[in-house]
Write a protein that binds this ligand. Structure first.
Ligand code: ZN
Length: 241
């Protein structure tokens, strides 16, 4: 007699029907159906089921889509709703003030903040003027805050150079990107379940960091471990296909 029999129970979207004839990874397995496609029988191992699996995998994909939508929304808002100058100011404030902003912890830990006058957009605008096309707000000394003296409009490329130095042992400041001496270019790859997935070469390490983040979000459905989460990349840089 079998001690544990989950047959007839349900778990999230899964209805557990009966023991399967075959084992999965040496463990007893069950025939289940998922409410997303009731006509299709699927096999789940008892280990997986006890681990709390609630669907055939469709929940995971839905969450992935939700995350992508959230990023997409950010991009749309940043690009269309206001002028680049306003966006730069708002992003600066968010990085320093908003605990939900991906860069907030990084900035807070390093004591990066903005001068009191710049709490108002009018004052910021008076000091910095209009953001020239294609440029972004750059702190000249990356370890100092946002002030009139320490800020300039600069290209992303320059920002890249001025950012914090990479950790020792890596040759790029971005996660998932490293420098290839042989190619004289940066390369990016992602290691997933022991498999190395190559994401290509480029002389633009920021571009590769975007590619890396996009791939992570696509494959895992969340921003955990991305450059965005680490505050190294602005979500506005991301292209969502
Ligand atoms: Zn399903």
């Amino acid at each position: 007699m079998k001690k544990f029999d989950l047959s007839g129970t349900s778990q999230g979207r899964l209805s557990i029907l009966r023991f399967a004839d075959e084992k999965v990874n040496g463990r007893p397995a069950y025939v289940c159906i998922c409410s997303c496609s009731p006509e299709r029988e699927i096999i789940k191992s008892s280990t997986t089921l006890r681990g709390g699996t609630k669907s055939c995998g469709c929940l995971h994909s839905e969450n992935a889509r939700k995350q992508l939508k959230a990023v997409e929304h950010l991009i749309t808002t940043h690009n269309m709703s206001k002028t680049p100058t306003y966006i730069a100011w708002r992003n600066m404030k968010a990085r320093c003030d908003d605990p939900n902003h991906q860069a907030f912890k990084n900035y807070k830990d390093r004591g990066i903040t903005y001068c009191r006058e710049w709490a108002s957009f009018e004052n910021f605008f008076a000091d910095m003027g209009e953001c020239p096309e294609g440029l972004t707000l750059n702190r000249i000394d990356v370890n100092s805050g946002y002030t009139k003296e320490n800020c300039e409009w600069a290209t992303n490329h320059k920002q890249g150079r001025d950012r914090r130095k990479p950790k020792s042992g890596t040759s790029s400041k971005y996660k998932g990107v490293s420098y290839s001496k042989a190619e004289d270019k940066y390369k990016s790859y992602l290691t997933l379940k022991g498999e190395r997935l190559h994401l290509g070469y480029s002389s633009d390490e920021e571009l590769l960091a975007c590619r890396y983040d996009e791939k992570v979000i696509e494959l895992t459905g969340c921003i955990g471990g991305t450059n965005i989460q680490l505050g190294l990349l602005d979500p506005a840089n991301l292209i969502v296909y």
